[in-house]
Design a protein. Structure first.
Length: 134
Protein backbone atom coordinates (compact mmCIF):
# COMPACT_ATOMS: atom_id res chain seq x y z
CA UNK A 1 0.00 0.00 0.00
CA UNK A 2 1.40 3.38 -1.04
CA UNK A 3 1.15 6.21 1.47
CA UNK A 4 1.27 9.98 1.09
CA UNK A 5 4.91 10.96 0.66
CA UNK A 6 5.78 7.60 -0.91
CA UNK A 7 7.33 8.02 -4.37
CA UNK A 8 4.79 5.53 -5.74
CA UNK A 9 1.77 7.39 -4.36
CA UNK A 10 -0.55 8.86 -6.98
CA UNK A 11 -3.80 10.69 -6.51
CA UNK A 12 -6.13 13.06 -8.26
CA UNK A 13 -8.94 15.28 -7.09
CA UNK A 14 -12.06 15.61 -9.22
CA UNK A 15 -14.46 18.33 -8.03
CA UNK A 16 -18.14 17.36 -8.00
CA UNK A 17 -20.21 20.48 -8.75
CA UNK A 18 -23.86 20.79 -7.78
CA UNK A 19 -25.86 22.72 -10.37
CA UNK A 20 -29.57 23.48 -10.71
CA UNK A 21 -29.70 22.44 -14.40
CA UNK A 22 -27.45 19.66 -15.72
CA UNK A 23 -28.21 20.36 -19.39
CA UNK A 24 -27.38 24.06 -19.05
CA UNK A 25 -24.21 23.30 -17.08
CA UNK A 26 -22.96 20.74 -19.60
CA UNK A 27 -23.58 23.22 -22.42
CA UNK A 28 -21.84 26.04 -20.56
CA UNK A 29 -18.68 24.13 -19.59
CA UNK A 30 -18.19 22.65 -23.07
CA UNK A 31 -18.78 26.01 -24.78
CA UNK A 32 -17.16 28.48 -22.37
CA UNK A 33 -14.33 26.36 -20.95
CA UNK A 34 -13.73 24.00 -23.86
CA UNK A 35 -14.41 21.04 -21.54
CA UNK A 36 -14.82 17.62 -23.12
CA UNK A 37 -17.72 15.43 -22.04
CA UNK A 38 -16.46 12.02 -20.93
CA UNK A 39 -19.62 10.47 -19.53
CA UNK A 40 -23.21 11.39 -18.84
CA UNK A 41 -26.07 9.85 -16.92
CA UNK A 42 -29.43 11.16 -18.12
CA UNK A 43 -32.77 10.71 -16.37
CA UNK A 44 -35.71 8.93 -17.99
CA UNK A 45 -36.60 12.08 -19.95
CA UNK A 46 -33.07 12.46 -21.36
CA UNK A 47 -31.98 15.40 -19.17
CA UNK A 48 -28.50 15.32 -17.64
CA UNK A 49 -28.40 14.26 -13.99
CA UNK A 50 -24.64 13.59 -13.76
CA UNK A 51 -21.81 14.20 -16.23
CA UNK A 52 -18.04 13.80 -16.10
CA UNK A 53 -15.97 16.33 -18.05
CA UNK A 54 -12.29 17.10 -18.57
CA UNK A 55 -10.15 20.16 -19.11
CA UNK A 56 -7.04 18.55 -20.54
CA UNK A 57 -6.04 15.94 -17.95
CA UNK A 58 -8.11 17.55 -15.17
CA UNK A 59 -11.49 15.92 -14.62
CA UNK A 60 -14.58 17.18 -12.86
CA UNK A 61 -18.16 16.14 -12.38
CA UNK A 62 -21.44 18.01 -12.36
CA UNK A 63 -24.73 16.88 -10.90
CA UNK A 64 -28.19 18.36 -11.12
CA UNK A 65 -28.83 19.07 -7.44
CA UNK A 66 -30.79 22.23 -6.78
CA UNK A 67 -30.57 21.88 -2.99
CA UNK A 68 -26.74 21.76 -2.92
CA UNK A 69 -25.95 24.38 -5.56
CA UNK A 70 -24.07 27.51 -4.43
CA UNK A 71 -27.23 29.60 -4.88
CA UNK A 72 -29.16 27.32 -2.52
CA UNK A 73 -26.33 27.39 0.03
CA UNK A 74 -26.03 31.18 -0.01
CA UNK A 75 -22.67 31.52 -1.76
CA UNK A 76 -19.64 29.78 -3.19
CA UNK A 77 -18.83 26.32 -1.96
CA UNK A 78 -15.31 25.94 -3.38
CA UNK A 79 -12.95 27.82 -5.68
CA UNK A 80 -11.11 25.88 -8.40
CA UNK A 81 -7.74 26.83 -9.87
CA UNK A 82 -7.16 25.66 -13.43
CA UNK A 83 -3.43 25.77 -14.17
CA UNK A 84 -2.86 26.18 -17.91
CA UNK A 85 -0.15 27.47 -20.24
CA UNK A 86 -2.25 30.41 -21.49
CA UNK A 87 -4.61 31.57 -18.73
CA UNK A 88 -5.49 34.77 -20.61
CA UNK A 89 -6.99 32.77 -23.50
CA UNK A 90 -8.96 30.49 -21.16
CA UNK A 91 -10.18 33.47 -19.14
CA UNK A 92 -11.31 35.31 -22.29
CA UNK A 93 -13.10 32.23 -23.61
CA UNK A 94 -14.91 31.74 -20.28
CA UNK A 95 -16.08 35.37 -20.21
CA UNK A 96 -17.14 35.25 -23.87
CA UNK A 97 -19.06 32.05 -23.10
CA UNK A 98 -21.08 33.56 -20.27
CA UNK A 99 -18.88 33.53 -17.15
CA UNK A 100 -18.72 36.76 -15.12
CA UNK A 101 -15.37 38.33 -14.33
CA UNK A 102 -14.59 38.46 -10.61
CA UNK A 103 -10.91 39.48 -10.85
CA UNK A 104 -9.27 40.54 -14.10
CA UNK A 105 -6.11 38.82 -15.32
CA UNK A 106 -3.17 40.10 -13.30
CA UNK A 107 0.25 39.17 -11.95
CA UNK A 108 0.54 38.60 -8.19
CA UNK A 109 2.63 36.47 -5.87
CA UNK A 110 4.50 34.82 -8.74
CA UNK A 111 1.38 33.87 -10.70
CA UNK A 112 -0.59 35.18 -13.68
CA UNK A 113 -4.20 34.68 -12.68
CA UNK A 114 -7.78 35.85 -13.14
CA UNK A 115 -11.08 34.65 -11.67
CA UNK A 116 -14.58 34.15 -13.06
CA UNK A 117 -17.84 32.88 -11.64
CA UNK A 118 -19.90 30.55 -13.79
CA UNK A 119 -23.69 30.93 -14.17
CA UNK A 120 -24.17 28.34 -11.40
CA UNK A 121 -22.14 30.16 -8.73
CA UNK A 122 -18.85 28.23 -8.92
CA UNK A 123 -15.63 30.26 -8.94
CA UNK A 124 -12.77 29.38 -11.32
CA UNK A 125 -9.28 30.86 -11.50
CA UNK A 126 -7.22 30.43 -14.66
CA UNK A 127 -3.55 30.67 -13.76
CA UNK A 128 0.07 29.91 -14.60
CA UNK A 129 3.21 30.38 -12.55
CA UNK A 130 5.35 33.28 -13.78
CA UNK A 131 8.56 31.48 -12.88
CA UNK A 132 8.87 27.72 -13.17
CA UNK A 133 9.61 25.90 -9.91
CA UNK A 134 13.08 24.41 -9.62
Amino acid sequence: MALVGDANFTASIAPWLSVPDGDAALGFYTRAFGAVELEQLPDETGHIVVAQLSLGQARFWLQRDVDSSPAALGGISVRMVVIVDDPDAHFARAVAGGATQVASMHNAHGWRTGRVVDPFGHHWEFATPLVQAR
